[in-house]
Design a protein around this ligand. Structure first.
Ligand code: NAD
Ligand code: ZN
Length: 258
């Protein structure tokens, strides 16, 4: 093996050992996950080359409210990715994180993901703090009635109209937070509390550029928690992180099942 590669392996082995020690020592781990955790499950992220971002512009909340064509386009996109979402299964990274929760190390996972895979990995729903909502169901924006995606599909395919609430006529939208839409208060309060009270904050698969969610690791760092970032690319949080595990999330985390 060339010397440079051997050095790299030694550095990674040393980093893994440090992470194992940090996990063993921690009493309160806050896991914070992003789209990179789910790429192994076949759901593309936003910012990797070829990711969704490079192909389609997101529809802002204001446009959704103002424009029937924007609502229709938003629903077309949702049904286009339905197979991807429904066939996705939790990854090696999801399973490692679920084991931290089950071991009592991690009171809750904060996620920017909208794919429900943390719940599917066995983490109780009340221990998944979704700061950007969930796309596996929909709600009426006016009366909050819940609708299942499957039930909305046939009428949409038949008449091409964006769905409206049977009870109040309000717009039905996937239960996700679009750009320009207010952040969910309870989830943000819980996420902030977790960041404020953890002793180890582990970022997994986030580019850390979407605010206010990306402030959370910085908050954890300021209050004295160790911060670990697991990602294949650099992030703005690398400056203050205590440990960077750079590479494929599944390969890196599969050995950290507690
Ligand atoms: P992002 O797309 O901005 O960043 C993902 C990061 O993960 C990138 O830095 C990328 O290099 C890294 N990455 C991707 N696959 C990886 C792998 N296998 N191993 C290691 N690193 C990997 O994601 P974000 O920070 O979560 O922000 C995107 C926003 O879009 C989120 O707010 C989220 O709500 C939404 N989103 C969610 C999903 C989902 O639910 N699965 C998918 C796409 C976008
Ligand atoms: Zn309604």
């Amino acid at each position: 093996m060339p010397i440079a590669a051997a050095d790299k392996d030694a550095v990674l082995a040393e980093k893994r050992a440090r992470f194992a020690a940090m996990l063993a020592r921690a009493d309160r781990v806050a896991a914070f996950t992003g789209a990179g955790l789910s790429t192994e499950a076949g759901i593309p992220d936003f910012r990797s080359p070829g990711g969704r971002w490079s192909r389609i512009k997101p529809i802002a909340f204001e446009a959704f409210l103002a424009d029937e064509e924007a609502r229709r386009e938003s629903w077309r996109r949702r049904f286009d990715m339905d197979d991807e979402i429904r066939s996705a299964r939790p990854t090696r990274g999801h399973m490692a994180i679920a084991s931290w929760v089950q071991a009592g190390k991690c009171p809750a996972v904060i996620t920017q993901n909208i794919d429900n895979l943390h719940q599917d990995s066995g983490i109780p729903a009340d221990a998944v703090v979704e700061v950007h909502g969930n796309t596996t169901y929909a709600t009426c924006l006016d009366c909050a009635r819940r609708y299942e995606i499957e039930a909305l599909r046939a009428p949409f395919l038949a008449n091409g109209q964006a769905p409206r609430c049977d009870d109040c006529g309000g717009f039905i939208k996937t239960a996700t937070i679009s750009f320009g839409q207010p952040m969910p208060e309870t989830a943000m309060r819980r996420a902030t509390e977790l960041a404020r009270t953890c002793d180890l904050f582990v970022v997994v698969g986030s580019s850390l550029v979407v605010y206010p969610a990306a402030d959370l690791p910085r908050l954890a760092h300021r209050q004295g928690a160790r911060v670990v970032i697991v990602n294949r690319e650099e992030t703005p949080g690398d400056r203050y992180a205590d440990l960077l595990l750079r590479g494929e999330i599944g390969d890196l985390l599969e050995e950290f099942v507690l």
